[in-house]
Ligand binder design. Structure first.
Ligand SMILES: N[C@@H](CC=O)C(=O)O
Length: 317
C-alpha cells in the first residue's frame, strides 16, 4: 500500500450527517433588540458559502443571556431565514431551569422546529440521577425532535464517552455532540464507545480527530473564510494529514493573533465570534447583551489588520 493511502475508517454509524456545523451570532441594535436585516444577511451569507448546518443560541449566539421575548423573536427570524434557503434550523437551549428549557422546546416545536442543542443546567453540576432526568425530560419527552448535546465546562459537568454510550442507548433521538475540548484519549473513547453520535470538534482538535474517526467540524475562527473552512473539513474526510496539519497550523496562529488583538476583558465566545462575523460583514455590531463585555472596535481592526498582513488568504478581497 502506498504510504499516502489509508485504511478506510470503520463504518460510519452516526445518526447525524458528517458536516461543518456553524454558529449564528445575533446582531443587537443600540437598544438591545435584534437587528433583523443584518441577522438575515449573516444567515444568508453563511448559506451562500455552503455552511448549511447552522444553529443559534450556543455561547456565541448568547443563548445564556436572552429573555423569553428575545428568544422567541430571534427564533422566528432565524427559522424563517433558514427555511428560505432550505436549511433546517437548530436552536440552542441554555438555562439553569428545566421548565424554561421545556417551554422553549414546546414553543419551537409549535413553530415546526425539530432540531435542538442541549446544554446541562449549570447552577450546580448534575449527578447521575439528575442527568438521566434531564435527558428524559428533553430527548425522552420530545421523541419527534432530534438533539445535539453541547458538552462544555461552563455547564459544570463534562460528559465522558461512557456517559454518551449510556445516553445514546437510552435516547435514539440524541444524534450528535458538540465538544469544546477533548484530549486525544477522549477522542478515541468517543468513536469507540458512542459511534451512534456525530462528534463535532473545533479547529485545534479536528486535525487529529478526523484522522482517527468520522469527526464533524465545529467551525469557529475558520468562519472568517468559509471556503477554506470547507477545505479543512474536506482534508479531514480525505484523511489528508499534510493538508490538515498545514491548515491547522495557520488556524492556531490566527487564534494567537485574535487573543493578542482582544486582550484581557471580553471572555464570552460571542465577543470573539462577533469579530469573525464582522470580518464577513463590517456592519455587524460587536456588542453583547449586558452584563457581558463585547470586543472593542480597535480589537476588531487589529485582528483584521493581522489577518491581512500575515494570513491574507483568510480575508476575502
Ligand atoms: N462558540 C461556540 C462553541 C464553540 O466552541 C458556540 O456558539 O456555542
Amino acid at each position: 500500500m502506498d504510504r499516502t493511502e489509508r485504511e478506510p475508517l470503520s463504518t460510519d454509524e452516526a445518526r447525524y450527517p458528517r458536516t461543518v456545523l456553524a454558529a449564528c451570532c445575533v446582531p443587537w441594535d443600540e437598544s438591545g433588540e435584534v437587528a433583523e436585516e443584518l441577522f438575515r444577511a449573516s444567515i444568508a451569507d453563511q448559506v451562500a458559502q455552503d455552511l448549511r448546518h447552522l444553529y443559534v443560541f450556543g455561547t456565541a449566539g448568547e443563548g445564556y443571556a436572552v429573555d423569553e421575548r428575545r428568544f422567541d423573536q430571534v427564533v422566528d427570524v432565524f427559522a424563517d431565514e433558514s427555511r428560505r434557503h432550505g436549511v433546517d434550523p437548530m436552536v440552542g437551549l441554555i438555562s439553569p431551569s428545566l421548565p424554561v428549557v421545556i417551554g422553549r422546546i414546546e414553543r419551537c416545536v409549535a413553530r415546526g422546529i425539530r432540531s435542538f442543542q442541549l446544554s446541562l443546567p449549570s447552577w450546580g453540576a448534575l449527578n447521575d440521577a439528575e442527568l438521566a432526568t434531564f435527558f428524559a425530560q428533553t430527548c425522552g419527552r420530545f421523541p419527534e425532535a432530534e438533539f445535539l448535546h453541547y458538552n462544555l465546562a461552563r455547564s459544570g459537568r463534562m460528559l465522558t464517552p461512557d456517559d454518551y454510550a449510556t445516553l445514546a442507548a437510552a435516547h435514539p433521538n440524541l444524534v450528535a455532540v458538540k465538544h469544546t475540548r477533548a484530549d486525544y484519549a477522549t477522542v478515541h473513547g468517543l468513536f469507540a464507545k458512542a459511534p451512534a453520535l456525530r462528534h463535532f470538534v473545533t479547529e485545534a482538535t479536528y486535525s487529529y480527530a478526523s484522522l482517527v474517526g468520522p469527526a464533524g467540524f465545529l467551525v469557529s475562527i475558520a468562519s472568517v473564510r468559509p471556503r477554506l473552512a470547507r477545505e479543512y473539513f474536506d482534508a479531514g474526510v480525505a484523511r489528508d494529514a499534510d493538508a490538515l496539519l498545514a491548515i491547522c497550523a495557520e488556524l492556531l496562529e490566527m487564534s494567537g493573533e485574535l487573543r493578542r488583538a482582544v486582550g484581557p476583558g471580553p471572555h464570552m465566545d460571542g465577543a470573539f465570534d462577533k469579530i469573525f462575523a464582522k470580518v464577513r460583514d463590517p456592519r455587524f455590531p460587536l456588542a453583547l447583551l449586558p452584563p457581558y463585555q463585547g470586543a472593542s472596535d480597535a480589537a476588531f481592526q487589529a485582528f483584521r489588520a493581522a489577518l491581512r498582513e500575515r494570513h491574507p488568504r483568510w480575508v476575502e478581497a
